[in-house]
Ligand binder design. Sequence first.
Ligand SMILES: Cc1cc2nc3c(=O)[nH]c(=O)nc-3n(C[C@H](O)[C@H](O)[C@H](O)COP(=O)(O)OP(=O)(O)OC[C@H]3O[C@@H](n4cnc5c(N)ncnc54)[C@H](O)[C@@H]3O)c2cc1C
Length: 382
Amino acid sequence: MDYSLTELQQLIVDSYRDYMESENWESYFAACDEAHEYPLRWVKGLCDLGFDQIMLPESHGGLGIDQPCLTLMAIYEVLGRFGAPTYVLYQLAGFATIIREGTQEQIDKVMASLGTGEQIWNSACTEPGAGSDVAGLQTTYQRRDGKIYLNGTKTFITSAKGVKYLVVMARNADEPDVFTEFFVDMGLPGVSLSPLTKLGLRMDSCCEVYLTNVELEEKDIFGTEGNGFNRGVSDFNFERWLVGACDYGIAICAFEDAMTYANTRVAFGRPLSRFQLNQMKISDMCIRLSNMKNMLYEAAWNADRSGGEFNAAAAAMCKYYCVNAAFAVVDDAMQIMGGISVASEHRINRIWRDLRVDRISGGTDEMMVLATSKGASLAYRA
Ligand SMILES: Cc1cc2nc3c(=O)[nH]c(=O)nc-3n(C[C@H](O)[C@H](O)[C@H](O)COP(=O)(O)OP(=O)(O)OC[C@H]3O[C@@H](n4cnc5c(N)ncnc54)[C@H](O)[C@@H]3O)c2cc1C
């Protein structure tokens, strides 16, 4: 395996590093986090560099990079290292899904936002009575007089306040085993929201979404009727790997902040980094960062050789391991930084809150364990 970047990939990654160094983004991120606001100005700048074109096919304005997953991985690494909230970017890397599954009308609607950095769409599966057990969802669709009516409640839906469209999973009211997704315009009558507050990931909204007799047409079906479950699940793999990549990047930031502190803060006449108990933490952090890097780059490298498809078990393993390893790195970094990590406005505080959420959102640790063990022979390839 060779994860080294080509000259072109390195140039691309360097352009993102230059962008991060072009201003003090941390004060902007802190303000957005405090106000629970999407960091549009920062994301727009990333799109100006072509971020939302990396995973797109060339036929739809993609950059035509040879190894898009590896390139995306390297960009996530450099952005995270600067403390950037890469979790707000998951949907921008996902334009390809719309192109693969959407009708021309749906594609045109979504592609109209390409390059703007605005939030465009997300998918909604989870309900108050159905989280890990997605198949337990109760939202229904029913045909009447040539129209389709959607009824139900979705919860914990990311970006719901900002997106124009939601891809909503529902079951056929007359044939409950038939799951179908619908491309729903958030402006339609019968769609309403109730924002939820959350511990971390505050630069993105999270809402309960109420669907009351939302009137749709046949053309609003997303993908194929009856294939909703398989379609929705197919996106999980890419997203799970992305969460791992996001958390790995931000863990580097925490590690470097902690190292700077440990080398400059003096206690008992010596820098903190000279105490063996801190050295144990520093060594554990290095081991975890190195493991995360290898696991994520390997998964990206394999995906690029499989047409961009992530193996389900490998993706679940990346999420499970990296989310926990990154959280452990950040937690150790906090311990080394002592009081200022919890009682100041230092970014480590925000990072810790953000990473804790990832052990639940996008599929819980426990579900990742089940998915990894289910495909164990593919998760690890000797
Ligand atoms: C911030 C945030 C953003 C989210 N964004 C979205 C979104 O955009 N779209 C969307 O559709 N959903 C979204 N979700 C929902 C998320 O996917 C669910 O919260 C998650 O799948 C867990 O579901 P639950 O919260 O209902 O927990 P439950 O499924 O009720 O699980 C509770 C606990 O029991 C464990 N458990 C459940 N079943 C088993 C089992 N068989 N074996 C072992 N342990 C088990 C779980 O692992 C967990 O620890 C989001 C959630 C959060 C917190």
